[in-house]
Design a protein around this ligand. Structure first.
Ligand SMILES: Nc1nc2c(ncn2[C@@H]2O[C@H](COP(=O)(O)OP(=O)(O)OP(=O)(O)O)[C@@H](O)[C@H]2O)c(=O)[nH]1
Ligand SMILES: [Zn+2]
Length: 196
């Protein structure tokens, strides 16, 4: 199917229609700039569709042949594909480099998380997209990846079922799948990094 690339006027017109649909006047002073603002905001929060904004993932030769667990964690913000409402939370990531391969520049994990999250997502798919992109950057030579994503979905808190909206996903590859001791070490690192 051919991609539709509507022009700014069409997008602003569509947003005005939606604003009218909720019973508002898109031409009143407070709302006059809103469609344009949403259009610019979507460019930013959905930059994950733009290949030009794909982060460049710096890697280094693993000169010492290390195969320790490397851990990183941080926050993420994404949008659920069912309701286009935010879900967000903490991610906990680990990998074990190939002793003969390459290692990741560690800030690139957060950059990849941010890029993959900037799409209409499922929390489950987001976890896999992150691992896939980082694994490919290491020529799929790393020994294994682990990721836990905790998330709060506004589509479960501010509407619908209206409960606390918490969801967690854990995804493992390679040695993390094969070795339960490694998974335990990973969960210990999550505990160490969860308080304070
Ligand atoms: N597995 C998964 N489900 C999600 C995610 N984000 C939202 N959902 C769920 O997607 C489902 C969509 O269900 P539908 O029945 O089609 O939509 P709905 O009528 O708005 O459902 P309610 O939220 O129960 O009112 C809901 O159960 C949401 O909670 C996600 O990241 N992963
Ligand atoms: Zn949703």
């Amino acid at each position: 199917m051919e991609a539709i690339t509507p022009n700014a006027e069409d997008i602003i017109g569509a947003l005005k229609t939606l604003i009218r649909a909720i019973g508002e006047d898109p031409d009143r002073e407070g709302l006059i700039g809103t469609p344009d603002r949403i259009m610019r905001m979507w460019k930013e929060i959905f930059r994950g569709y733009d290949p030009k904004q794909k982060p460049k993932i710096t890697t280094f030769a693993n000169e010492e042949g290390m195969s320790d667990i490397v851990f990183d964690c941080g926050d993420y913000y994404s949008m659920c594909e069912h309701h286009i409402l935010p879900f967000f939370g903490r991610y906990y990531f680990a990998y074990i480099p190939s002793p003969k391969g390459r290692i990741l520049g560690i800030s690139k994990v957060a950059r990849v998380v941010g890029y993959c999250a900037a799409r209409l997502q499922l929390q489950e798919r987001l976890a896999r997209d992150i691992v896939q992109m980082l694994s490919e950057a290491l020529n799929n030579e790393a020994l294994g990846f682990a990721i836990v994503m905790k998330g709060q979905h506004l589509c479960k808190t501010m509407r619908g079922v209206r409960n606390d909206g918490k969801m967690s996903v854990a995804h493992f590859t390679g040695v993390f799948n094969l070795n339960s001791d490694l998974r335990k070490e990973f969960y210990k690192l999550i505990d160490l990094n969860s308080n304070g």
